[in-house]
Design a protein around this ligand. Sequence first.
Ligand SMILES: [Zn+2]
Length: 43
Amino acid sequence: MPYVCIHCGKKIKQMGNFVRCEYCGSRVMVKSRPNLSREASTD
Ligand SMILES: [Zn+2]
């Protein structure tokens, strides 16, 4: 599961213990969850 940098929004493929964003250098990132944003909607 890819990670997404919360600072610049770039996708990070590396999944080590301490993954650093190669674009902005941020180490804060979250797991990519495509369905999370639509989970609240009730269709
Ligand atoms: Zn970044």
